[in-house]
Design a protein around this ligand. Structure first.
Ligand code: MG
Length: 162
């Protein structure tokens, strides 16, 4: 059985992941409206991953005898200035998410909840990947210096993400 405080923290994390899904989808919509379809596809993929993360937490809570209580999901930002603005927003969100996951890990450790610790290993590794991915995107967008032809080449490359 999950400790109440851990169940509560994981429920909060489900909301964070769903909120990240909405933010990435909203970024994709903004990019798609600017005809940056490769960027849009890349961010939709991010959104799908965030949904999967939310569901991993969802199933874990239920498996451990906790209950899932979904409260309001914050409204996602829908306007950005540039693709760089979006990539920087993505990195800030991932860094915040890493901090959230680390604090759940600390809570699990405090309560001697080994199962939660082991479960969180995957997320801790995933966050290293997510932050690296978003940092690489910032670097690549920065290299285009907002030069349209370069941005279109990058758009094509991002569109090939599986
Ligand atoms: Mg996530």
């Amino acid at each position: 059985m999950l400790h109440t405080s851990i169940a509560h923290a994981i429920n909060k994390q489900i909301i964070v992941e769903l909120s990240a899904q909405m933010t990435y989808l909203s970024m994709a919509a903004w990019l798609e409206a600017k005809s940056l379809k490769g960027f849009a596809k890349w961010f939709k993929k991010q959104a799908d991953e965030e949904h999967e993360h939310a569901m991993k937490f969802y199933h874990f809570v239920l498996e451990r005898g906790g209950s899932v209580a979904l409260t309001d999901i914050p409204v996602a930002q829908s306007v950005w200035k540039t693709p760089l603005d979006i990539a920087e927003g993505g990195l800030a969100a991932e860094q915040q998410n890493t901090a959230n996951i680390n604090s759940i890990f600390e809570l699990a450790r405090k309560h001697g909840d080994y199962a939660t610790e082991v479960f969180l290993h995957w997320f801790i590794e995933e966050q290293v990947e997510e932050e690296a991915l978003m940092t690489e995107l910032i670097d690549r967008v920065t290299l285009t210096k907002n030069h349209d032809p370069a941005l279109l080449i990058l758009d094509k490359e991002l569109g090939s993400r599986e």
